[in-house]
Write a protein that binds this ligand. Structure first.
Ligand code: NAD
Ligand code: IPM
Ligand code: MN
Length: 352
């Protein structure tokens, strides 16, 4: 029987509340589909650890994760520790250190969900944001904060490399080929005059190798509007790191709540473990109340199983998500219900 070694990093806030439901689901599927998962938990890699020891994870943290087959993460960030410290001390080093340059963020409007967007119907809105995950606007290059004079200024350079953008585009075009053959590139070449025209040039260049894919580019501002006005038109949306970050929360909101959206931080070459985590953060405003929506984490676990070679088990999960939403009215509060995390998870497990 195949065994997969999984690193569990609950992190902060609701991260620790949404990982146990994901793990319950995983264990059931392992028994059903004949594989096992052995977990190593890194429970204290968190802001609490930072306060105590001055670091989010140990110095050899990445080395400890290196031999795992996948990483399942909850969320990172807690009031009192500046976000740039907590995130750059744990989440971002994993994404970069393990060359997880694709951040895959699918979204669907499920039957039974009341989208805040009029006309966003189940079965019609089903697309994927392919976000660049290791460079772009999230860069340490040129970081400078000049203080102490009236014209204080902060400078941070965006980094777009030919290799970095091209490998992401290739992933996105291949995904579009396997899906409905449509790709939308998010740009802002009318305003961001150095990096975005280069991005556009590389999109056009790679598009030539994928004649079956019909593609378009949209300025990010107009694209944000179209996510709301015509969400059904999208199939694969490819975007830089920051644009993809913003678009994926917007897409999740169109699908009802940012609590449902999953993410796969992929190292497509499989030189390193990939990491799976919900799109949402640690939600300090609701942490500790047991009311977080576990769907984003559970769907992320499905993406992990797909990556580990169990697409049928992954489909069992997405089918159960669809079933609990279509056939019952059990919902967490973000989706208009009253169920706790545990009550909602129990209902989903019944239908799994
Ligand atoms: P957030 O996603 O944590 O919360 C935004 C809003 O959505 C909140 O009102 C929250 O209650 C709600 N929400 C989020 N997930 C939910 C769920 N599963 N169920 C129900 N409601 C949910 O974003 P934020 O407020 O910008 O960030 C809070 C902290 O999380 C910050 O420290 C931030 O840096 C961090 N963060 C971490 C990650 C990550 O680890 N990948 C992602 C985003 C934000
Ligand atoms: C996400 C988060 C992170 C990001 C933050 C917390 C650094 O918003 O995973 O979407 O911007 O990548
Ligand atoms: Mn985000």
């Amino acid at each position: 029987m195949t065994n997969h070694r999984i690193a569990l990093i609950p992190g902060d806030g609701i991260g620790a509340e949404v990982l146990p439901p994901a793990r319950q689901v995983l264990d059931i599927l392992g028994r059903r589909h004949d594989f096992t998962l052995s977990y190593t938990s890194y429970d204290d890699w968190s802001c609490e650890r930072f306060r105590r020891e001055g670091a989010m994870m140990p110095d050899d943290g990445l080395a400890q994760l290196r031999d795992k087959d996948a990483i399942l993460l909850g969320a990172v960030g807690h009031p009192g520790v500046p976000d740039h410290i907590s995130l750059w001390g744990l989440l971002i080093p994993i994404r970069r250190g393990f060359r997880q340059y694709v951040n895959l963020r699918p979204i669907r409007v499920f039957e039974g969900i009341d989208s805040p967007v009029r006309g966003a119907r189940a079965g019609e809105v089903d697309f994927v944001v392919v976000r660049e995950n290791v460079e772009g606007e999230y860069s340490e290059a040129g970081g400078r904060l000049n203080r102490g004079f009236p014209d204080e200024m902060a400078v941070q350079e965006a980094v777009f490399t030919r290799v970095g953008v091209t490998r992401l585009l290739d992933y996105a075009f291949k995904l579009a080929e396997r899906r409905e053959g449509r790709l939308t590139s998010a740009t802002k070449s009318n305003g961001i005059v150095h990096t975005m025209p280069f991005w556009d040039e590389l999109v056009a260049e790679r598009a030539a190798s994928f004649p079956q894919v019909s593609w378009e580019q949209e300025h990010i501002d107009a694209l944000a509007a179209k996510f709301v006005l015509e969400p059904a038109r999208f199939d694969v949306v490819v975007a830089s790191n920051l644009f993809g970050d913003i678009l994926s929360d917007l897409a999740a909101a169109v699908a009802g709540s940012i609590g449902v959206a999953p993410a796969a931080n992929l190292n497509p070459e499989r030189e390193f473990p990939s990491m799976f985590e919900p799109v949402h953060g640690s939600a300090p405003d609701i942490a500790g109340q047991g009311i977080a929506n576990p769907l984003g984490a559970i769907w992320s676990a499905a993406m992990m199983l797909d990556h580990l070679g169990h697409p049928e088990a992954a489909k069992d999960i997405t089918d159960a998500i669809a079933a609990v939403l279509a056939k019952t009215d059990v919902r967490t509060r973000d989706l208009g219900g009253t169920a706790s995390t545990v009550e909602f998870t129990d209902k989903l497990l019944e239908l799994l």
